[in-house]
Design a protein around this ligand. Structure first.
Ligand code: UD1
Ligand code: CA
Length: 439
């Protein structure tokens, strides 16, 4: 059995943020969640080591779908200190053969690579197996020191000699250990290094001296082990991850006009023959059916867009909209929790919230569904084949029947029966008076 320790106690100073580093997001998913997604295939109840801003991360994890045990790092700094805290908690649980230690800030690490590391470790009967990679610019990372090909040590940047700094094989910070190796060597770590930290990596040199079997296997995809230490790295990895998602959709028949300027979360579903114009951002499990057009600058959060629907330009779909076949939610329209029936159109400058519109109805420009009375939200229902005149305000809760017309600027406070024409007299009078005075 393999148990996992995720190290997430570091300060993350270079993020320059009040938010703990591991809660910063890559493509809308926190770093720690991405790591845990890959870890749970190996260990469903990993130990997560927290320290800096512990309570904030702990609260996030408690409210998440993950089933983790929290360990708290002592005041001693360094990955060795984090590993000690994690191992103490693990050791008090059931004993495992293999312990996988993973950094909490490497968002693109895949479950396949983690499994490959663990499998290699077990099949090879290694005492320690290090996941490494080769970097064109290895600056800042621990280097894998080899003698006649055998790994002899990991040397941190700040402790490395000039020759060692030239080594391009680096330590990812992800390792598989035999349980007993951690048990023996973690207590022996010390602060005798340039950073006055407990280095987990010192276990390598110690155990090599005792004749143990240490290996490093390199992953080809160095992005998998790239950590997020500042907002540049965060955005670089976000961009790469986003492009991977877009590529998948394009191969699946979706037209994305400007992939450098389109963001789609991994949980979004898009059918073939959808066209997505530049500047769109789709998140929270949005579903876009075949033939829909998502025009310039539209934001779609957790909504369903029907076949051949037209969205935007500049539409803002907040959660829970259901837009029918051939429907339209047009320019500068904000919609939330709205059901728009097949063939119905909300073409211009409207807010539609907590509402249902039947089929083949048209909502005139600038109309507002006033759903909020300052305390509660209320629902509006509009029937089929309705023409709502420009700048109509529908004050919820209210119901408009089928085949209704409203005049421009109508204030709808009461239900309107099917087949009627509704208009606001006051508004007509105001216009008449104005005409009168100006004669
Ligand atoms: C560590 C490795 C280095 C490797 C690099 C990969 C050591 C001594 N060095 O560098 O060889 O190339 O990772 O990124 O291990 N963390 C804690 N507690 C701490 C410090 C860090 O839990 O006291 C966690 C961080 O939250 C992070 C991970 O460990 O998830 C890596 O921390 P970071 O400071 O980036 O690693 P380094 O020590 O610089
Ligand atoms: Ca550090």
């Amino acid at each position: 059995m393999t148990r996992v320790i995720v190290l997430a106690a570091g300060q993350g100073t270079r993020m320059k943020s009040k938010l703990p580093k591991v809660l910063h997001k890559v493509c809308n998913v926190p770093l720690i969640d991405r790591v845990l997604n890959s870890v749970v295939g190996i260990d469903k109840t990993p130990v997560v080591v927290l320290g800096h801003l512990k309570n904030v991360v702990e609260e996030h994890l408690t409210n998440s779908k993950y089933n983790v045990t929290i360990a708290t790092q002592s005041k001693l700094p360094g990955t060795g200190s984090g590993a000690r805290a994690g191992f103490e908690v693990l050791g008090s649980l059931e004993k495992s053969e293999t312990v996988l230690i993973v950094t909490g800030d490497t968002p693109l690490i895949s479950s396949e690579t983690l499994s490959r590391l663990v499998d290699f470790h077990n099949n090879n009967s290694d005492d320690v197996t290090i996941l490494s990679t080769n970097l064109y610019n290895p600056f800042g990372y621990g280097r894998i020191i080899r003698k006649n090909d055998k790994v002899t040590a990991i040397r941190e940047q700040k402790d490395a000699t000039e020759d060692e700094k030239k080594i391009t094989e680096i330590n990812s910070g992800i390792y598989a250990f035999k349980f007993d190796v951690l048990k023996k060597y973690l207590p022996q770590l010390n602060l005798n290094n340039a950073q006055r930290e407990l280095y987990l990596t010192d276990i390598v040199e110690m155990s090599v001296k005792d004749g143990l079997n240490i290996n490093a296997i390199a992953t080809e995809d160095s992005l998998e082990v790239e950590g997020v230490n500042d907002h540049l790295q965060q955005m670089n990895l976000s961009k790469i991850q986003n492009l991977r998602v877009l590529e998948k959709h394009m191969k699946n028949g979706v037209t994305i006009i400007d992939p450098n300027n389109t963001w789609i979360d991994e949980d979004v579903i898009i059918e073939p023959d959808v066209i997505i114009e530049p500047g769109c951002y789709l998140t929270d499990g949005a579903v876009i059916h075949s033939g829909a057009n998502i025009m310039l600058g539209s934001r779609i959060i957790g909504s369903e867009v029907g076949e051949k629907a037209n969205i935007g330009p500049y539409a803002y779909l907040r959660p829970n909209n259901q837009l029918g076949v051939g429907s339209k939610v047009g320019a500068f329209v904000e919609a939330k929790n709205a059901k728009v029936g097949n063939g119905s159109k909300v073409p211009h400058l409207t807010y539609i919230g907590d509402a249902e519109v039947g089929e083949n109805s048209n909502i005139g420009a600038g109309s507002i569904f006033a759903n909020y009375d300052g305390v509660n939200k209320h629902h509006t229902k509009v029937g089929s084949n309705v023409k709502i005149g420009s700048k109509t305000v529908l004050v919820a809760p209210v119901e408009v029947g089928d085949n209704v017309y409203t005049g421009a600027t109508t204030l709808v406070r009461h239900d309107i029966p099917s087949g009627s024409l509704a208009y606001s007299e006051n508004h007509m009078n105001i216009v008449d008076n104005w005409v009168e005075e100006n004669r």
